[in-house]
Design a protein around this ligand. Sequence first.
Ligand code: SF4
Length: 276
Amino acid sequence: MTVEKKRVRHILSLSGGKDSAALALFMRDKVPEMEYIFSDTRKELPETYEFLDKISNYLGKPVTRLNADLGFDHWYEMYGGMIPSNHRRWCTRALKLKPFEQYCGNDEVINYVGLRADENRSGYISHKPNIKAVYPFIDAGLVLRDIEEILRVSGVGMPPYTKWGRTRSGCYFCFYQQKIEWVRLKETHPDLYEKAKEYERPYEKTGNFFTWSQGESLAELEQPARMEQIRTEHIIRVQRKIERRENVTLLELFKDADTGEESDDDDDQGCLVCQL
Ligand code: SF4
């Protein structure tokens, strides 16, 4: 009697960020049966879709888009107008993790995660027993510079939003953004800034008022004097970094500056599902 071997699926979830993109390129010829997916919150930056198309062209395979049955606005209402935050992160579970788990079903799945060897962050990954996470960059000892090199050599390049100084993938209104990134969003995509602002309103049923950025509303943050102050503080931080360190890439520099003294969250780890 022959025992049928259970099929194992190999799935790599792209976030729109550089690490998962580089991992997809890195794994292309190693696991030809890889399934590439992207959980689309429908609140992504427009640049993310361009980037996914470039990755898909390089892979010679489509990137399957997953959409949660119920979108961000539904859950925003359900949570009483509660804007998500690091401590109230209902969005990742509802919009990223759940569609991924539904896509996997009960199949045995190896989930490829783009965590690097130079990172020490934890975050949301699926803990379903049929889904096993693996970390090829950590296993291979690859760090940020290697990831940048993989993207450069492939011609895919860095995610387009890095050109205007955003360091994170994910929703345009992601609460993980630092103050300077909100300023850049306002300068680059004023329409998206306005849309983000619309969520900051007292919820009529409860009177609760939540903000995306800690300590101030987007209406306050966009005041010219406040934006100028944020820009100035950011430049000072970058200059301090330059004085203290040599041999850092521009991205490392900006990332460090953005996650340094100004960090507006007590856990600035970002999100393994949305921002790798
Ligand atoms: S990118 Fe940010 S706002 Fe969007 S689902 Fe992820 S954690 Fe939530």
